[in-house]
Ligand binder design. Structure first.
Ligand code: NDP
Ligand code: MG
Length: 383
């Protein structure tokens, strides 16, 4: 047998992380775990270490490192952002399933090491897009998207020439509030927002799905990954989450990728690319019939998409700002400090103090992220 592809799973204790372990275990030895990372969940990480025997783990704090070292004295343990960066340079593939801005260190580390990135962490592309592009230009690294829409587009693009692409069409489930009135949305709870109709995901992305901020981040992610004009990126609501996205070519022909909503499929695609391997994830059967619906997003109510196109037009750090303001607002909503509708107010209000920014290195992205977070936190406190 050929040697196994080594994989470090960053965010191994989360929703994507756990499903990645599933995919690796089912790979029949083709894929093997090299490193794991978690932020604070010591017990789940400990169970994973005992089960998978990684070479190295990255944890969120020195206290957590001390506990892990006590439990596994021979294991190499790294800490924080620097740990994420350096460990991402090591294995063949860095599966980036950290949530939020913190994932940027994984992406940059894997680029520095010239390694493959299986990218679920969209925030690193939204916040650090120009920096990631610049570093990628000098690296042998390859980004294969795990986000289901971008994995779909990645697959659809394989059926035509890049110059012949007319539009990328991202599908959106519409989230749990798709048919709510503006009035209904005034009083939705955290539990309502976490009740996603088709996908089972971590809390941050689930709230983002309910505001369409997830789709907003994905529009920017698509812009960064596929290098098209923002006007060539459209969004259509498709409540069944079977068509994961489409590419329209210049002759009007559209190519779509279909499967049941199961993230193990795009995870396996990204880990095994360019090959496709069994087992089957997300297989579809037509014996019971299959009905697919499509409709326009209600952008005047779900304002996330407008923010994305605005940020792309502004450029100069605006996507970084948008991501930071959204992270602060979602965190405050999950802690019940603000209402769901206030998420839009915090983002919009924060942009009143946005000033154009140029960044050349990680520190300048970090500074902009911090300024935006401070502004958004002030707005949260004033609500
Ligand atoms: P979860 O909240 O389920 O998991 C997040 C993971 O990141 C956990 O392992 C967590 O560790 C770790 N983590 C949290 N904060 C930090 C930090 N500051 N530094 C380092 N690690 C941290 O998220 P998901 O798995 O749902 O999502 C992960 C990423 O994948 C997100 O960017 C999301 O947008 C994207 N994605 C997710 C999809 C899904 O189906 N879930 C679909 C498409 C994209 P700990 O458990 O110790 O806190
Ligand atoms: Mg997605």
């Amino acid at each position: 047998m050929t040697e196994a592809i080594t994989v470090s799973i960053f965010g191994s204790t989360g929703s994507i992380g756990l499903q990645t372990i599933d995919v690796i275990k089912a790979s029949g030895g083709r894929l093997s775990v090299y490193g794991l990372s978690a932020h604070s969940n010591t017990d789940v990480l400990s169970a994973q270490i005992a089960d998978l025997s990684p070479e190295v783990v990255v944890v969120g704090s020195d206290q957590m490192a001390a506990v892990i070292k006590e439990r596994f004295p021979k294991l190499r343990v790294e800490v924080g952002g620097e740990g994420l960066f350096s460990v991402a340079m090591e294995a063949d593939v860095a599966l980036n399933a950290v949530v939020g801005f913190a994932g940027l260190q994984v992406t940059l580390g894997a680029i520095e090491g010239g390694k493959r990135i299986a990218l679920a962490n969209k925030e690193s592309l939204v916040a650090g897009g120009p920096l990631v592009r610049e570093r990628m230009a000098e690296s042998t690294s390859l980004i294969v998207p795990v986000d289901s829409e971008h994995a779909a587009i990645h697959q659809c693009l394989r059926s035509g020439y890049y110059q012949e692409v007319r539009r990328l069409i991202l599908t959106s489930s519409g989230g749990p509030f798709r048919s709510y009135s503006e009035n209904d949305l005034e009083s939705v709870s955290v539990a309502d927002a976490l009740n996603h109709p088709t996908w089972k995901m971590g809390p941050k992305i689930t709230v983002d799905s309910s505001t369409l901020m997830n789709k907003a981040l994905e529009v920017i992610e698509a812009y960064e990954l596929f290098e098209v004009d923002p006007r060539q990126i459209d969004v259509v609501v498709h409540p069944e989450s079977i068509v994961h996205s489409l590419v329209e070519f210049v002759d009007g022909s559209q190519i779509a990728q279909l499967s049941r909503p199961d993230m193990r499929l795009p995870i396996a695609y990204a880990l095994n690319y360019p090959e496709r391997l069994e087992p089957v994830y997300g297989g579809l059967s037509y014996t019971d019939g299959l009905t697919l619906h499509f409709e326009e997003p209600r952008r005047s109510i779900f304002r996330g998409l407008d923010f994305a196109y605005m940020a792309l037009e502004l450029g100069n750090g605006a996507p970084t700002w948008l991501n930071a303001a959204n992270e602060v607002a979602v965190d405050a909503f999950l802690k019940e400090q603000i209402r769901w509708v206030d998420i839009y107010r915090v983002i919009e209000g924060s942009f009143e103090s946005f000033e154009k920014w140029t960044f050349s290195d990680f520190e300048s992205v970090l500074s902009l992220d911090e300024v935006a977070r401070r502004r958004a936190s002030e707005l949260v406190a004033s609500i």
